[in-house]
Design a binder for this molecule. Structure first.
Ligand code: IPM
Ligand code: MG
Length: 352
C-alpha cells in the first residue's frame, strides 16, 4: 500500500459489471475509509467500442497507479467473432499477465439458509468450506497457440500446455500458506497420469511441501476431483491447481454452494497488489435491468480490503452484512427471489 491513501481502480466493464460495481462502491463509501480514492478505466467490449481495444494502454496505466483493482465483468456476444486478441476476455487475461496476478483465490462456502438452493443434497452442501487456489499466469492459456495446416492440408488448432518449476513453486507456496491459515489440508489437482506438465507440477508441489510440514498434502487427478467435488465436497480444504483445471473446477464449486451470484475472487500478485472480481460473467441477458445480484462483487470488495489493505475488521463487517441480508430473506433472482440490484445494495448498506 502506498502511503496512507487507498487508490482503487474500478473497472466496471460490460453487461451487469457497472450495476454490480456501483453497489460495491456504495458499500465501501459507507465504511468511511480514510484516503479512499477511486479511479476509473475502460475494459472489455465497451473499451473496444470506444478505443478499438479491450485493454487500452490508459487502462493499464491506471491499473499500475492504483493499489488494487475492483473489476466488474467483461464479455459481449456481439464481439465474439473478432480476432481473438480484440475480444473482451482479453482485458482480464491481459491484466492478469501484465500485472503478474498469478494467484487466483476462489473461496466457496454455503451461506446459512441457502442449503436448499444447491443442486446437491443440503446435508452435503452444508459441509462445503473450501478455497480453490488457481494459477493464473501460465498453462495452456498463455502457451503458444494458433491455427495451422497439417502436411495433408487439414486445419489444426493448437495450444501449448506448459509450466516451469518456478511458476509451480510460487503457486504451491500460496496454497500452502492459505492452508496454514485454514484447516491445514491441501489437495493438489493435476493430470499426472497423462500429462508431463502435470508430472512436473506434482514433483514440485511435493518438493515445496518440505517447507510446510504441518500441512497435510494429497494429490488428485482432475477427473476424480470433479467427481469428489459433488460426492464429498466437505473433505476439501485448499485445492491448488493449474489455470485450466482451476477455471473448470471453480465454476463447478460455485454451483455446489448454490449460486455463482455469491462467489467472490481475488487475483494476487507478489506483495499486496490484487484484482478483485465476482466470478460470474457479464450476464448480457439481464444487463441494464437492475436485476443482477451485486453480492459477489460486494464480497470481492471485502476480499480487497483484507488482502490488499490489511483491513480484516472491515472485510469481516462486509461479509457479515451480506450474511445478515441473506438471513433476512433478501434474495436476488439468481437465488429464486425478486430483490433488485439497488435493493440488495440497500440491504447490505443497512446491515453494515
Ligand atoms: C474466469 C473466466 C475467464 C477465464 C475468462 C473470462 C477468460 O472464465 O475468470 O474464470 O477463463 O479465466
Ligand atoms: Mg471461468
Amino acid at each position: 500500500m502506498k502511503s496512507n491513501t487507498m487508490r482503487i481502480a474500478v473497472f466496471a466493464g460490460d453487461g451487469i459489471g457497472p450495476e454490480v460495481t456501483e453497489q460495491a462502491v456504495r458499500v465501501l463509501d459507507k465504511l468511511g475509509l480514510s484516503g479512499l480514492e477511486l479511479l476509473e478505466g475502460d475494459v472489455g467490449g465497451m473499451a473496444y467500442r470506444k478505443h478499438g481495444h479491450p485493454l487500452p494502454p490508459a487502462t493499464i496505466e491506471t491499473a499500475r497507479s492504483a493499489d488494487a483493482i475492483l473489476f466488474g465483468a467483461v464479455g459481449d456476444f456481439d464481439l465474439d467473432t473478432l480476432e481473438r486478441h480484440l475480444r473482451p476476455e482479453q482485458a482480464i487475461l491481459g491484466l492478469r499477465k501484465e500485472l503478474g496476478l498469478f494467484a487466483n483465490l476462489r473461496p466457496a462456502r454455503v451461506f446459512e439458509g441457502l442449503e436448499e438452493l444447491t443442486t446437491l443434497k443440503p446435508e452435503v452442501a452444508r459441509e462445503i468450506d473450501l478455497l480453490i487456489v488457481r494459477e493464473l499466469n501460465g498453462d495452456v492459456y498463455f502457451g503458444e497457440k494458433g491455427m495451422r495446416k497439417t502436411a495433408d492440408g487439414r486445419r489444426e488448432g493448437y495450444d501449448m500446455m506448459s509450466y516451469a518449476e518456478d511458476e509451480v513453486r510460487r503457486i504451491a507456496r500460496t496454497g500452502f500458506e492459505a492452508a496454514m491459515k485454514r484447516r491445514k489440508k491441501m489437495c493438489s489437482v493435476d493430470k499426472a497420469n497423462v500429462l508431463e506438465t502435470s508430472q512436473l507440477w506434482r514433483d514440485v508441489v511435493i518438493e515445496t511441501s518440505a517447507e510446510f510440514p504441518e500441512v497435510e498434502l494429497s494429490h488428485m487427478y482432475v477427473d476424480n476431483a470433479a467427481m469428489q467435488l459433488v460426492k464429498n465436497p466437505g473433505d476439501f480444504d485448499v485445492i491448488v491447481t493449474g489455470n485450466l483445471f482451476g477455471d473448470i473446477l471453480s465454476d463447478q464449486a460455485s454451483m455446489c454452494v448454490g449460486s455463482i451470484g455469491l462467489l467472490a475472487s481475488a487475483s494476487l500478485a507478489e506483495g499486496t497488489y490484487g484484482l478483485y472480481e465476482p466470478i460470474h460473467g457479464s450476464a448480457p441477458d439481464i444487463a441494464g435491468k437492475g436485476l443482477a445480484n451485486p453480492m459477489a462483487t460486494v464480497l470481492s470488495a471485502a476480499m480487497m480490503l483484507r488482502y490488499s489493505f490489511g483491513l480484516e475488521e472491515q472485510a469481516s463487517a462486509i461479509e457479515a452484512a451480506v450474511a445478515r441480508a441473506l438471513a433476512a430473506g433478501v434474495r436476488g433472482g439468481d437465488l429464486g427471489g425478486s430483490a433488485g440490484t439497488r435493493a440488495i445494495g440497500d440491504a447490505i448498506v443497512d446491515n453494515l
